[in-house]
Design a protein around this ligand. Structure first.
Ligand code: UN1
Length: 509
């Protein structure tokens, strides 16, 4: 296949040029851009200086009064154009995601499709930012609620979904009347610059209604994120990343009464019940646990298998883990690409050592250095047979490790699935209606996402995305997630000539 023979750097430079990102950007000093495909640096990028960050925040604040007055359906037109530009750029941006984040091509493209989908959703939403009309207890009165734009929205994203998570926030924020300041992961600055270039084309077509500073990006490290989170001009910060990151961000936002949408760690589980369609369950488990090299926040990390099917399921999983194709993610035969960096492989090795020390049997999990040289972090996904949920199984390790435990009673499996700190996504595989409904019920999964007969990863944008407990409680994308990006005003109007007070209070002068 031609693409794999291109050096990663040449491939990247060609894609960046097609996307309209100036190659000159990569010749400076500063933040190192690298590809996990070979682990090598592609160049260095100038970072946003503190003075520039201040100017970015000031521009975002200045853009808000102008943008909030543009009618919402007209704001939707900008997002429609963004969706068009993303469609035109899909192949290149998807490839850039592959090059910079290491996802296989179909997942890189899928991520851009997710951006297009949320744009379509937001365009429709731009005519549906509905409030309620509410019955009042007073005669000749009307009560209603109106949703107003909130203000500039800060968006902090992680390396693993370097473009889609921005779009979930930005598409909604834009139709809701909010400018956006984006702090992408320092591991994926190039995809962010490419998205800025794409958005720039949509803004140019949209014309003068869009104020300067509507969509901006801060390139650099943690200090820029801290600045964004602390800034009183930013009433909402949507942050995706580790629970440790959320623990830093949340108190700062709370301290200044700003809103937070937190999408933090997951430690997602699936239950394979006795009646499960095992062929279907096996495919779902394989994708959810090994796909994206285990680097989705929705990745399947814990499997509870009923003892009556445990032997069969584990046999089949061992075969799948031994044969899954690992390699350069640009090769269409590859299913598992590299980890983002060697530190991620070290974390994985540490978790596996801990599991071994607890007596677990580990299949796979070794580092593969022969694929693209020593600097790249390719690993064989690990299947870990545990006797009970313990040790590293109780926490999220951002790598392809699937811990499997047998269970006897469904209640026991549900309790074990809920007995971790994170609460993002969960699944049950069963053909038994009572089991499925129990899992979805109030006594079932405690996660923000609970699925039946599909894996925990790969959510569509139409639903609200997010989770409970240490996952942070935020919701993004579909359903009514848009409400976080607006402020609600309750209006009561008296069109009569008397002043009846609520609750029957009398106050006669
Ligand atoms: C993430 O991993 O940060 O459900 C987001 C999924 C994707 C989004 C994951 N739609 O796996």
């Amino acid at each position: 296949m031609a693409p794999t023979v291109l050096s990663v750097r040449d491939d990247m430079l060609a894609v960046l040029e097609r996307l309209g990102v100036a190659a000159g950007l990569l010749t400076g000093e500063g933040l190192e851009a690298r590809s996990p495909i070979d682990g090598l640096a592609v160049g260095r990028l100038r970072e946003t200086t503190p003075e520039e960050a201040e100017a970015v925040l000031a521009r975002a604040a200045a853009a808000f009064p102008a943008w909030r007055r543009v009618p919402a359906p007209r704001r939707g037109e900008l997002v429609r154009l963004l969706g068009e530009e993303l469609r035109a750029a899909k192949a290149d941006l998807g490839r850039l995601v592959t090059l910079e984040a290491g996802k296989i091509l179909s997942e890189g493209l899928g991520e851009v499709q997710e951006m297009i989908d949320i744009c379509d959703f937001a365009v429709g939403l731009s005519r549906q930012l509905h409030g309620l009309t509410i019955a009042t207890e007073r005669p000749d009165h009307r009560m209603m609620e109106v949703w107003h734009p909130l203000g500039p929205c800060g968006v902090i994203t992680a390396f693993n979904f370097p473009v889609a998570v921005w779009s979930w926030n930005a598409a909604l924020a834009l139709v809701c009347g909010d400018p956006v300041v984006w702090k992408p992961s320092e591991k994926t600055p190039l995809t962010a610059l490419a998205v800025q270039a794409i958005a720039g084309r949509a803004l140019a077509r949209f014309g003068a209604d869009a104020p300067e500073g509507l969509l901006q990006v801060l390139i650099g490290g943690r200090a820029l994120g801290e600045r964004l989170v602390a800034d009183p001009r930013i009433p909402l910060v949507s942050a995706t990343g580790s629970t440790a990151m959320g623990r830093q961000v949340a108190p700062v936002l709370a301290g200044r009464f700003a809103r937070a949408i937190l999408e933090l760690g997951g430690n997602n589980a699936a239950i394979v019940a006795p009646s499960a369609d095992l062929d279907l369950a096996l495919r779902a488990v394989a994708f959810a646990a090994m796909g994206t090299a285990g680097q989705r926040c929705t990745t399947l990390r814990r499997l509870f298998v009923h003892e009556s099917v445990h032997g069969d399921v584990l046999d089949r999983l061992r075969r799948a883990y031994a044969s899954v194709r690992i390699g350069d993610p640009r090769d269409s035969a590859t299913l598992v690409g590299p980890l983002i960096d060697p530190a991620a492989a070290d974390d994985m090795a540490r978790a596996l050592d801990e599991a071994r020390a607890l007596g677990a049997t580990v299949h796979g999990g070794e580092r593969l250095t022969g694929i693209r040289g020593e600097a790249a972090a390719y690993v064989r996904p690990a299947l870990v047979e545990m006797r009970a949920q313990a040790g590293p199984m109780r926490r999220e390790t951002f790598a392809p490790i699937l811990y499997a435990v047998p269970y006897r009673e469904l209640e026991e499996a549900i309790a074990a699935q809920n007995a971790v700190a994170a609460g993002l996504s969960s699944s049950i595989f069963t053909r038994d209606l009572a089991e499925a409904e129990t899992f979805l019920s109030v006594a079932g999964s405690d996660c923000g996402i609970a699925n039946v007969n599909i894996g925990p990863s790969g959510a569509e944008i139409g639903g609200a995305f997010g989770g409970e407990k240490e996952t942070g409680g935020g919701r993004e994308a579909g359903s009514d997630s848009w409400k976080a990006y607006m402020r609600r005003a309750t209006n009561t109007i008296n069109y009569g000539r008397t002043l009846p007070l609520a609750q029957g209070v009398s106050f006669e002068l």
